[in-house]
Design a protein around this ligand. Sequence first.
Ligand code: F6P
Length: 369
Amino acid sequence: MKTKIRRIAISTGGGDAPGLNAVIRSVVLAAELRGWECYGIREGFNGILLPERYPHNGVTRLTVDQVRGIGHLGGTILGTTNHGNPLRFATTMPDGSIKEIDRSADIHRHLKQMDIDALICIGGDGTLTIANALHLQGLRVVGVPKTIDNDLDKTFTTFGFDTAVSFATECIDRLHSTAESHQRIMVVEVMGRYAGWIALHSGIAANAHAIVIPEIPYDIEKIAAMIRNRDTNGRHYSIVLAAEGALPTNGQHVVQEGAAAGHVERLGGIGERLAHDLQNLTGKEARAVVLGHLLRGGSPTAFDRLSAMRFGAAAVRALDEGHSGIMVALAFPNVNYVALEEVAGRMKAVPMDSDTLQTGRDIGICFGD
Ligand code: F6P
């Protein structure tokens, strides 16, 4: 029999995404109306693991007043980090070396000292892997799926994705006029890590002529042939959408210097590579535009706000029903619960039999294959 809940904590981890504050607001409102107290942990779990950084507010009370009017704001009022995995916490040793130490016991101890009964973890695959570990160690935990990449398994979509796709679409719309005016190839690089969801959805929505995604290694000659064919037919410009994780057949991902904290490699640069190669192959001027972190910012769309509010309220309901070790997920027509162990450490790639991908092919978009 689960003990009655009186206090819960909320943590936001990994890359930020529009909608995080809407989840926080929904959790606090739903919990407070149950008579529960809410506490926010700063910057993932750093608010607990680095007390010297937050002498007074590592874990702070969140009341209705603190979350008033935050639902439409991008980012997270708690802050977040890609660095703070408590299971492998980078710690400086007395000799100055850095060692990864499992500090999950500190999380349990601190939450127990504060009489916090349960945790709501909002994040992507990394954060939800941590959430599952804390659940297996005995903490009551419910996860909420967050990432602009939409690469989390077992949920129709994650909040943040719709906002990223909507903004990318707006940007690509703007590029058609300048590309046509200069008879250029414009290559647009978007985020998404090792999945091509953002590129696929925004590329089709904004009438790109080619889309390259990690799931389909591309043959540059195929894209060049499409561009030449457009030229022959009097269409003297082309828009190429590139997911940052896309790669040529038998080629490697293009990465930036220095890994993004928390990731094995920091993707980025495929746009310039494609522009360079296509300019050489076609003789046409080419330019690359990297949307990067613009896709992480801004106010969440109505769809993402609603998804986030549904997720937040469902996470509180799940705890109230005695669940732990689950993630709330967007199914149809209702939010459902999936076991964290079915999600942790997995990636949802674009399925090759997806009708969205087929739509792109049906309307003549080149996927480099
Ligand atoms: O996972 C979200 C994401 O925005 C990815 O699309 C991107 O590759 C990564 O985070 C960037 O990480 P950082 O913000 O640490 O540069």
